[in-house]
Design a protein around this ligand. Structure first.
Ligand SMILES: C[S@@+](CC[C@H](N)C(=O)[O-])C[C@H]1O[C@@H](n2cnc3c(N)ncnc32)[C@H](O)[C@@H]1O
Length: 366
């Protein structure tokens, strides 16, 4: 149908009129989205080959970036042009040099820093590899477990979430809980449930050297990596790991149990919460970190909601559907749904302790 002209609506066979402004707005959104989708692959290439890190060393021509990174100049030229068009890299036409501003370098060139955007793209591309299985799952209703995804989902998840934990976990979230910081500083006991690659476990072990921490996750390969991360960080003596589900992890008398961005992934979050409650000391605390979300769909119709709903369609809901329990909270569950899980498991006190633009942090007590 020609924009601006009346035509036949293919849905109803009725006459429809295209509003040029509204169509233009939709097309503008589409061009941005298509560019971002294709650029996602380029961001991951830049991450893997150290192209951003090389640019952070100083302005350079494409030839020079290629020389610095031992890569092919023609490919690097095309990559740099696309990055500059997307605003991830700066370009000076006078010198034909590319560079990173302080802000671009902060966000793109330091995998260990408090912000590392390429990690999110590794996660996104890894998740999208499951498109054909997820399309089938829409037809059948079947689940797809976390362990069935591409390896990039696990390492991308670690890179996506770790910077937020580096920035907030021990400086803001633990201090926001009632009495927990003192207990951990005095050598408390912690269960980090659904710990994945153990990013949070290692940070807790580094901040509270006399605390004893058990990281657990149902996914054996993630636990193997978490053990390696703890050994590399020199905290293997105080951070142990076991492959176990949130409904079965071992031990009792914990001062703190934590679920970082994983409760909503579970098919039986109430079963997990009940197990956590019986594993906690009578005066213990459950720290629940979940994606920031409002309680209604209307609250979440924004860019952050779009990221989480879309990721959740590919990873969180399919994982929950693959497990017994009948729940699939999704990554935009909101406070009311999380509170309901805690209350159904017998927790009597529940409050929002902190939040960031991406995370909601709740405290539940028996
Ligand atoms: C989004 S990742 C978060 C990992 C880690 N907590 C972090 O913040 O980096 C979700 C994790 O939940 C784990 N998981 C899913 N269902 C689980 C269950 N029933 N019991 C234990 N872990 C589970 C997955 O294996 C995965 O490591």
């Amino acid at each position: 149908m020609v924009p601006g002209q009346a035509g036949t609506d293919p849905r109803k066979g009725a006459i429809m009129t295209i509003d040029q402004d509204k169509l233009g707005e939709l097309l503008g959104r589409f061009v941005g989205d298509l560019g971002a989708t294709l650029a996602a692959g380029s961001v991951v290439v830049g991450h893997r080959l150290g192209l951003y890190r090389s640019l952070a060393e100083g302005p350079a021509t494409a030839q020079e970036v290629a020389r610095r990174t031992g890569t092919d100049p023609r490919y690097v030229t095309e990559w740099l042009c696309g990055q500059a068009a997307g605003g991830y890299v700066s370009y000076d036409p006078a010198t034909e040099q590319f560079s990173l501003t302080e802000e671009q370098a902060f966000a793109l060139a330091d995998p260990g820093g408090p912000l590392y955007l390429p990690g999110a793209f590794v996660l996104a591309l890894g998740a999208l590899r499951a498109e054909s299985q997820i399309t089938d799952a829409f037809r059948t209703g079947a689940g797809m477990g976390w362990h069935e995804h591409h390896e990039d989902v696990f390492s991308g998840c670690e890179m996506f979430f770790r910077p937020g934990y580096v920035a907030n976990l021990t400086s803001a979230w633990i201090p926001a809980l009632e009495g927990v910081e003192d207990k951990l500083a005095a050598g408390g006991r912690v269960a980090d449930v659904g710990c994945g690659h153990g990013a949070s476990t290692v940070l807790l072990a580094q901040a509270y050297p006399t605390a004893r921490i058990l990281g657990s996750d149902y996914h054996q390969a993630s636990i193997d990596t978490a053990r390696k991360r703890a050994a590399d960080a020199g905290v293997a003596d105080r951070a142990r790991f076991e492959a176990a589900s949130a409904q079965t992890f071992s031990g009792t008398g914990y001062d703190l149990a934590a679920t970082f961005d994983c409760l909503h992934d579970m098919g039986d979050p109430v079963g997990a919460a009940r197990h956590i409650r019986q594993a906690l000391d009578a005066d213990g605390t459950w720290l629940i970190v979940e994606p920031l979300a409002g309680d209604t769909l209307a609250d979440n119709l924004n860019p952050v909601g779009r990221v989480y709903y879309s990721g959740s369609t590919f990873v969180c809901v399919p994982n929950a559907r693959s497990q017994p329990g009948g729940y699939a909270l999704g990554a935009q569950a909101g406070e009311a749904a999380i509170r309901q899980v805690a209350e159904r498991a017998g927790f009597t006190r529940f409050r929002r302790a902190a939040e960031t633009p991406f995370n909601a942090v709740f405290e539940a007590r028996p």
